[in-house]
Design a protein around this ligand. Structure first.
Ligand SMILES: [Zn+2]
Length: 257
């Protein structure tokens, strides 16, 4: 190797190492871990990498899975309160938290407008809606369920400024339009209803939905073990056998993804 060739080889290596280190650092800073706390049943508190707190499906005070410390509603100061549908096990404490915190309620417009909240706290939405909250963009997606006495059931995709998305399925059965949720938002974390019983996808059908339509890095099962007809943890583990992406959380636990 001549001196000139050596010079260019060393220069190339140096430039490569500077570029790779920079790209790696950029990737690290762009994708800070974000905390997800499971509050039991379908209730979650998620804080975006930019610090925006989102509460979803607040059934806390009478939720048998919710640890006592998390039943104190004065502890919550969310930027927004998301309610997938009006059934008690998703909405029961939404009003009290909204009144105490002043946070807006994001849910089916037909239901939100009946709550009697000040106008600035009403963020009624519908399928296909996009709602910016801080550094989070909330996409409203379908859910196959019901929502008496009013409104319609939805799911939520939370997209962060780093491009990552979290999908909370709400209460639903498997449906073909899940393919569009994957195509549009590529959720890296799916908070998946697996409860079955009388009301929705059982763990095997939930696992089939993930396998058929999604490519997440993490699957967090929810809406199980709370009420007698719902699936138990052993059923969930059996249905997702060998799927290393499954993360079974303990109510009250926080994980960073
Ligand atoms: Zn439910």
């Amino acid at each position: 190797m001549t001196r000139e060739t050596q010079f260019w080889a060393i220069l190339t290596l140096l430039l490569l190492s500077v570029f790779c280190t920079g790209a790696y650092a950029q990737g690290q800073t762009d994708k800070n871990p974000f905390p997800v706390t499971w509050l039991g049943h379908a209730a979650f508190e998620i804080t975006s990498p930019g610090g925006t707190r989102i509460l979803i499906d607040q059934w806390l005070k009478q939720n048998p899975q919710t640890p006592a410390i998390f039943k104190d509603l004065s502890r919550y100061h969310p930027a927004a309160i998301l309610v997938s549908h009006s059934h008690f096990d998703h909405s029961q404490d939404a009003m009290e938290i909204a009144q105490a915190s002043g946070a807006p309620v994001v849910s089916s417009g037909d239901w939100v407008e009946k709550l009697g909240l000040p106008e600035e706290q009403q963020l009624g939405c519908n399928i296909g809606g996009t709602i910016p909250i801080g550094d989070v963009t909330i996409h409203v997606v379908p859910a196959m369920h019901s929502s008496e006495p009013s409104g319609r059931p939805v799911g939520f995709v939370l997209t962060f400024s780093d491009g990552r998305s979290v999908y909370h399925t709400g209460d639903t059965w498997i449906f073909g339009d899940m393919a569009f949720i994957e195509e549009l938002y590529h959720p890296v974390v799916i908070l998946q209803n697996v409860g079955g019983g009388y009301w929705g996808s059982d763990p095997k059908i939930a696992a089939l939905g993930i396998k058929k339509y999604f490519k997440p890095e993490v699957i967090v099962p929810m809406h199980f073990g709370t009420l007698p007809p719902l699936a138990k943890e052993v059923d969930v583990l059996a249905a997702f056998l060998h799927d290393t992406r499954l993360v079974v959380m303990i109510p009250g636990e926080t994980r960073h993804f």
